[in-house]
Ligand binder design. Sequence first.
Ligand SMILES: C[S@@+](CC[C@H](N)C(=O)[O-])C[C@H]1O[C@@H](n2cnc3c(N)ncnc32)[C@H](O)[C@@H]1O
Length: 223
Amino acid sequence: MFVDNSDTGLVIAGLRRYNVFTAVFFLGRHRRLLTELAAISRAAPGERALDIGCGPGKLVRALGAAVGGSGVAVGVDPSETAITDNRRRDRAANHRYERGPAQELPFADAEFDVVTCTFVMHHVPEQHRDAALAEMWRVLRPGGRVLLADAAPAPWMRRVFARRSGDPFAEVDIRRYAEQLRAVGFTDLDYTDSRYQTGILTAVKPEGSAPPDGSADVVGGLG
Ligand SMILES: C[S@@+](CC[C@H](N)C(=O)[O-])C[C@H]1O[C@@H](n2cnc3c(N)ncnc32)[C@H](O)[C@@H]1O
């Protein structure tokens, strides 16, 4: 299902197998989770939304519905298979798919209003995770929102997956990135425990944030 490319990440290869896996893991309610994620991201008509590590592109489609024809929904993933497949299947005029890793996004500064990244951070090599969060900050406009999510199963499901070494979901707990998000400059952190086996962490890039080179304030900088 995934290929371990040690420097890039754990990259998706078998899309069909992954879709079967998600259908089972989310007990047939993945679509409801996608609706919830799009709602919590607050993607609104006319906005530009980016989904990092988009895989089969389902959240891109949900974000595309939220931003509508006057907005844009973009999916990015290092997997050639995923990008080719999404481009072939999804011909919506306001959807785009690009190849690239979270730690080196192929987008301009402040290009997006919303960035999402779901079930991906644990696929990014540990040494690149700070860079990935910094890239989310860079491509968001001041006032933009970030949404990170990962598995947070109910206790009964944790028991089903439990190993001798303990709870395998502890290491993917999305709250572990809260401090790093604050260190990058994000504010207004909020955590939601979804009923669909998922933890959702949101934060805001404050209005007036300095551009990446720190040379001037975006708001009032020319004053
Ligand atoms: C578990 S899948 C999640 C797919 C999709 N986001 C979802 O919610 O179903 C993890 C995805 O992360 C991608 N990935 C792996 N390494 C990555 C990296 N360094 N940057 C961005 N995405 C990466 C994989 O190719 C795969 O599509």
